[in-house]
Design a protein around this ligand. Structure first.
Ligand code: ADP
Ligand code: ZN
Ligand code: ZN
Length: 728
């Protein structure tokens, strides 16, 4: 009898064996329902063998194999295996967590997945049906039928607008063979403006399409506004002509709807699915199935979409490749960008990494010849140039509530010309801390090693790490002083200061607090485009990708605090962020300028920003990293541990360090240290860093170490390995 080796979502690094009456090689990759303890769970068949390490009489029978959707392909399973090996995470959990929730359920999935822009048309058989056969009291059915007869296509969206029950009725008719699914091919009213490519864009497109169907990692290094998106569009266009699927990965939060719209407007006849965190389970399943069946041509998604099955996959694009949201920060700490590159190599297809400020890892790979770089060095729109950047020396400047006289003057002039300004301060809330001036007490979170942020509007203090909130204390709990002061500035306070300075201006704040409601971001974007807003104040949410045609001035506040951080990546991150915000200005007909308020106007980072010179800064940062022995010159892994009790955490890490020393050839082991956030949500956290100049040596060390760590159960701590960590 065949024995199935099954991946289950169970936190132990093993597969589970079950017996089946019948199963063969072709069933590998299928879903299977099995008994586990007292429960029924669903897993994926990863192997079929004739014997097991478990005695035969102890093996249980499977409950059933689900065959309604095709099995996961061997390529996808290889990607998941690689992921499990590289990140040292149990294979079963890697496999199961890569799948949509509904695939993990103990139920067959419905096969008739449809996406929003698809709809239904009458079949030959359907057209022969007489509407009189539908009873006239059934008004909904009659109405739907009339629409189907009169319009060529009834889209799902329209159907849902007519009635929530409409889709069920339509599916019933689909089963009867009266309807078939069709795709909205776009109305002619949508104007397709396909610009002529710039010289540099043409070179990039030609270089990549020349080498379609072979593996190559391309870096598309283009300044903001250089038209990287247009390059993606042309590549996808070519892919569509060759009948291959494209996977486009984009960062979290930001831009899915905008990019989706751009794609839909350009490729009206193509099938686009988008997979991001805003979807419900059914939508996610539907998109995933469309991709798996090869029915979607373009798959647009965030991090997790890197695991989407796509039988005709021929091109992968990773936009804003430097974005930290490509790295998952809990559980399986994978990098979707790095897995995308692995997947491209495995399938021998090109992968395009796009960025204005590539990560130093990527840039290093270009310098060493591993990746190939294509440059877009000027803005695509005629006459648009990068805005001049100037520093305002805050040591000698008069200020009012954190705004320098020069910035206020510049904003005033901008408003006079009826243009928009953007004030960037990457700190939400009113003030980052509440202080007692007489004794120095500061409000801190009881559960985290962080200070509580002042939110004046709702008179609360809030922890931005765990979400804890409390009311303002009436007096200092330490000395009784009643005059507590909010210290420092956040978006709310700057918004208030701007309102004082410019009482007539229409000001909009944009941060996680102000766009919490679904769609509020969309509404605000529209208002910006209709010029109903004069001044935007906001955090990094504003930095990315948006085109604001009337934006003439960008002011940058409070960025100094990242200049001398202990985190060796802080400078890189700040530079990326500032280049992005600065890039918002002067993208269209309106020319722009950027003002940075700083006490360190001579800092190399600001100098590079002034010259828009990524390369000079990148090279100097790389030189520093080389000297200090940091990535990309070494490969790192972090053993992260947490528990309620710090001593236990440190004891565990001490023991881990000891066993590490027994076999660490070529691998450097550091001492355990508290994490940057030493306490988070009531848990004490510490970590131990290991690193090596050889990725291979680090990997074989980690494999052995991991096995030994699993035996250290007595310490009762939660631990996880973070390979290629980007946060400490
Ligand atoms: P990036 O993503 O590189 O910052 P975008 O792709 O957003 O830049 O392009 C910036 C602007 O330039 C967009 O408004 C886009 O429509 C326009 N654009 C892109 N390519 C061209 C071109 N070849 N000719 C004219 N306009 C272009
Ligand atoms: Zn006090
Ligand atoms: Zn907290």
């Amino acid at each position: 009898m065949p024995i199935l080796r099954v991946a289950l979502n169970i936190p132990v690094d093993t597969l589970f064996d079950y017996i089946a009456d019948e199963a063969d090689e072709n069933d590998i990759g299928l879903r299977v329902c099995v008994p586990f303890g007292k429960k029924k769970v669903t897993g994926i068949i990863l192997d079929i063998c004739s014997d097991s390490d478990v005695p035969l009489e102890k093996l249980k029978y499977i409950i059933c194999i689900f065959r309604e959707i095709p099995p996961l392909s061997s390529e996808l399973l290889a990607l998941l295996r690689f992921c499990s090996n590289y990140y040292h995470h149990p294979l079963g959990m890697v496999v199961m967590n890569s799948l949509p929730g509904k695939i993990r359920n103990n139920k067959p999935v419905s096969f008739k997945g449809t996406v929003n822009h698809t709809g239904f048309v009458l079949t030959e058989a359907g057209r022969k049906i007489d509407i009189a056969t539908i009873p006239s009291r059934n008004t909904l059915k009659r109405r739907l039928w009339t629409v189907l007869q009169n319009e060529q296509l009834l889209t799902l969206r329209q159907a849902r607008d007519i009635s929530p029950r409409a889709v069920t009725i339509l599916k019933g008719w689909l089963d009867k063979g009266w309807l078939e699914e069709a795709i909205e091919t776009g109305s002619d009213s949508i104007k397709k403006i396909v610009p002529e490519l710039t010289e540099e864009q043409s070179v990039a497109v030609a270089a990549i399409t020349d080498k379609f169907k072979q593996f190559e990692t391309w870096l598309l290094h283009g300044i903001t506004g250089s038209g990287k998106t247009e390059v993606y569009l042309r590549l996808i266009d070519r892919a569509l002509k060759e009948n291959i699927q494209t996977l486009v990965l984009i960062p979290e939060i930001s831009l899915t709807p905008q990019l989706e719209t751009v794609f839909r407007n350009r490729f009206t006849a193509s099938r686009i699915v988008s997979l991001h965190s805003g979807l419900n389970d059914t939508e996610r399943l539907t998109g995933w199935l469309q991709a798996q069946q090869g029915r979607a041509d373009i798959i647009l998604g965030t991090r997790l979409a890197v695991f989407t099955p796509a039988p005709r996959l021929g091109l992968i694009i990773v936009d804003e490749e430097q974005d930290s949201s490509f790295k998952q920060q809990d559980g399986l700490r994978y990098s979707a960008r790095d897995l995308a590159i692995f997947r491209a190599r495995q399938m021998q297809i090109p992968v395009v990494l796009g960025s204005a400020t590539p990560s130093l890892e990527t840039y290093y790979n270009v310098l060493s010849g591993k990746y190939r770089c294509l440059r877009l060095s000027s803005r695509a729109v005629r006459n648009a140039v990068l805005p001049p950047v100037e520093c305002i020396d805050m040591r000698s400047e008069k200020t009012a509530d954190g705004l320098s006289a020069r910035l206020i003057h510049a904003i005033g002039k901008c408003l006079d010309r009826q243009l928009q300004c953007l004030i960037f301060i990457n700190r939400r809330g009113y003030a980052p801390v509440l202080l007692c001036p007489s004794c120095g007490w500061a409000a801190v979170c009881q559960r985290c090693s962080s200070r509580l942020v002042v939110h004046l509007q709702d008179k609360r203090l809030s922890c931005h790490h765990c979400g804890h909130q409390e009311y303002f204390p009436r007096a200092c709990p330490q000395c009784g002083n009643q005059d507590m002061i909010p210290f420092g500035r956040g978006t709310q306070r700057i918004e208030e200061a701007l309102a004082t300075q410019f009482p007539l201006a229409r000001i909009q704040r944009i941060d996680r607090d102000s766009i919490r409601r679904k769609n509020s971001w969309q509404t605000i974007l529209q208002a910006i485009h209709r010029q109903e807003i004069d001044i935007l104040v906001g955090t990094q949410l504003l930095a990315k990708g948006h085109d604001f045609p009337n934006l003439a001035l960008v002011g940058i506040l409070g960025s100094d605090r990242s200049l001398y951080s202990t985190d060796f990546r802080a400078g890189e991150r700040l530079f990326t962020q500032l280049m992005q915000v600065a890039g918002r200005a002067g993208r269209a007909a309106v020319s722009g300028s950027v003002l940075v308020q700083t006490e360190f106007p001579r800092h190399p980072l600001y100098q590079a920003l002034r010259q828009h010179d990524y390369d000079v800064l990148a090279e100097s940062m790389l030189a520093e990293r080389k000297m200090a022995g940091f990535p990309p010159y070494v490969y790192q892994a972090l053993l992260r541990a947490e528990a309620h009790n710090l001593t236990r955490v440190l004891d565990f890490l001490g023991a881990a360090q000891k066993i590490a020393y027994s076999h660490h050839a070529g691998v450097e082991i550091f001492d355990p240290v508290p994490a940057y956030m030493a306490r988070l949500k009531g848990m004490e956290r510490a970590h131990l860093l290991v690193q090596s100049r050889s990725r291979g040596k680090l990997q074989s060390f980690l494999t052995r170490w991991c096995e030994q760590l699993s035996a250290l159960t007595a310490f009762k701590v939660r631990w996880v390995l973070d390979v290629d960590p980007i946060e400490f």
